[in-house]
Design a protein around this ligand. Structure first.
Ligand code: HEM
Length: 501
């Protein structure tokens, strides 16, 4: 009898699987070229565990083997990856495909329904509310935060140079951008550059590494309730998430109390229409006070989202830019000449007006973001059937937009592995498909912090290049790129640094 029940269930599962395999949905997906899949597991065993391997398989190996549109299976969930400008344009400019895919759910326990992960009307409402926070007049007010923290970074480098001439620059730029975003998002100074033992900073580092570890392994197939309750990885992640959320909540309450107090005693408010620089948190608290439908949890999710999106991305951009300079001394000299023309020998802080004069620096930064895009892959959930490169991609499919593969497409960027800033000189851009280059994404769901990031990036690198010359020990090359949610240097970024004066 038991045998009969067992075989009955196996046969039932096999029948359901066979029906599903032959469904119109699966047949449409499998019509798109892609690697051979295993029943139930799909291609999950082909995913490398390490970041460099992951970048290679998605952006290089499978793109070369199957073309600029291919599909693969994460268990029974299909993912279609695209990297041709016309397909990318069709998705990014669409008002229909604006929701994030299932992989975004791994970030949900951390970022909640913040701007990065929310969809539909909630996203539209929040995006409208937050857009004024990135008005250029408001960003101008952050220049003193950028300059002050860049100068602290230069001092920290100088301290290291007393003993050595090679410094791993990546953790240092990371702490610098963390200090900047904390001040901009929450209005507080955590001094991560000098205070290395902060529980909050350690927890943020762990949360990022653990979420990436989960995505890349079989743990990613477990539902949240099981993963957080019954695996030690999940329990550890929860512990670190509690530290991060606790910190954000405490800052929010403290900020709210200050504002309430100032309101009550009529003293000058440090947030209000007359004050030029306001943290993003102030804007959210103000909106909540003015009756916007926004709970405490909503505010925390938005602040945590800015902390995540605004920290590692920019430090990766700064780090890869310094790498490009270190490996291209002639281009570094030309950038320095331009800086010298603008600033001379002075210690004058960098202003928005100065940045508008630094045209060659701008080309070098754009080329660095092409060659090493900090966000190499973004995802969408297809809301209704769409035709891409002649294939029908059915509704509910997860779609990957491979920014890295797009930026390395020979058709648009000849000799794509070579650093050539002149690609971004005015006459070279004419006629190039604008969707061949999208480091900040494009369309309605582009990066809301794009201008903030570029100003911050430029102030940090000008501060450093005015004071130091960067080089690299050739035996360290190549520094491998690692796909860890963002594009990080594998094993750090050891650069040879010499003071200019
Ligand atoms: C060089 C640095 C940066 C790069 C390359 C970058 C890139 C991107 C990209 C590609 C997206 C689209 C993500 C997606 O569709 O899944 C995005 C979204 C976003 N970015 Fe950035 N980003 C950078 C810096 C920043 C900064 C400094 C902030 C905040 C101050 C920020 C805040 C956001 C937010 C909130 C979103 C979600 C926008 C939405 O869905 O409406 N980013 N970013």
């Amino acid at each position: 009898m038991l045998n009969f029940v067992f075989f009955f269930f196996v046969a039932l599962i096999a029948w359901f699987y066979w029906r599903w395999e032959n469904s119109f949905f699966v047949r449409q997906i499998d019509n798109i070229p892609g690697p051979l899949k295993l029943p139930l597991f799909g291609n999950i065993f082909a995913f490398p565990r390490d970041g460099p391997g992951l970048l290679q398989i998605f952006n290089v190996k499978w793109t070369k083997a199957h073309g600029h549109i291919y599909r693969f299976w994460r268990g029974v969930f299909p993912i279609v990856n695209i990297s041709s400008p016309s397909d990318v344009e069709a998705i990014l400019t669409s008002q229909v495909h604006i929701n994030k895919s299932i992989t975004g759910t791994f970030l949900l326990p951390w970022l909640g329904d913040g701007l990065l992960l929310s969809g539909g009307n909630k996203w539209r409402k929040d995006r409208k509310l937050l857009t004024p926070a990135f008005h250029f007049q408001i960003l101008d007010g952050f220049f003193d935060v950028f300059n002050r923290n860049s100068q602290i970074l230069a001092e920290q480098i100088n301290k290291k140079l007393v003993d050595v001439n090679e410094v791993d620059i990546y953790p240092m730029t990371s702490r610098c951008t963390l200090d900047i975003i904390c001040e901009a998002a929450m209005g507080i100074q955590i001094d991560a550059q000098v205070n290395h033992d902060s529980e909050y900073i350690t927890a943020i580092d762990r949360v990022e590494a653990m979420i990436q570890g989960r995505i890349n392994s079989l743990l990613g197939l477990l539902p949240d309730w099981f993963y957080f309750q019954f695996t030690s990885h999940g329990r550890q992640l929860q512990k670190n998430l509690d530290i991060v959320h606790d910190f954000t909540r405490k800052v929010m309450v403290a900020r709210k109390n200050i504002v309430d107090q100032q309101d009550a005693d009529g003293s000058e408010c440090d947030f209000g229409p007359k004050k030029r620089r306001r943290a993003f948190l102030d804007l959210l608290l103000e909106a909540a006070r003015n009756g916007a439908d926004m709970s405490e949890t909503d505010i925390i999710s938005q602040v945590d989202t800015f902390m995540f999106e605004g920290h590692d991305t920019t430090s990766a951009a700064v780090t890869w830019f310094l790498y490009c300079m270190a490996t291209h001394p002639a281009e570094q000299d030309r950038v320095y000449e331009e800086l010298y023309e603008c600033f001379g020998d002075s210690d004058k802080p960098c202003t928005l007006e100065d940045l508008s004069k630094l045209k060659y620096l701008d080309c070098c930064i754009k080329e660095s973001l092409r060659r090493h895009p900090p966000v190499p892959l973004i995802r969408r959930r297809i809301n209704e059937d769409v035709r891409l490169s002649g294939y029908n991609v059915p509704a509910d499919t997860s779609l990957g937009i491979q920014i890295y593969a797009l930026h390395h497409n020979e058709e648009f960027f000849a000799d794509p592995e070579t650093f050539k800033p002149e690609r971004f000189e005015a006459d070279q851009i004419i006629g190039r498909n604008p969707f061949a280059y999208v480091p900040f994404s494009a369309g309605p769901r582009n990066c809301i912090g794009q201008k903030f990031a570029l100003y911050e990036d430029k102030v940090i690198v000008t501060t450093l290049l005015r004071q130091f010359r960067f080089g690299i020990d050739l035996s360290r090359l190549p520094i491998r790129e690692s796909f860890n949610m963002i594009l990080k240097p594998d094993g750090g970024m050891p650069l040879l640094i010499a003071p200019r004066r």
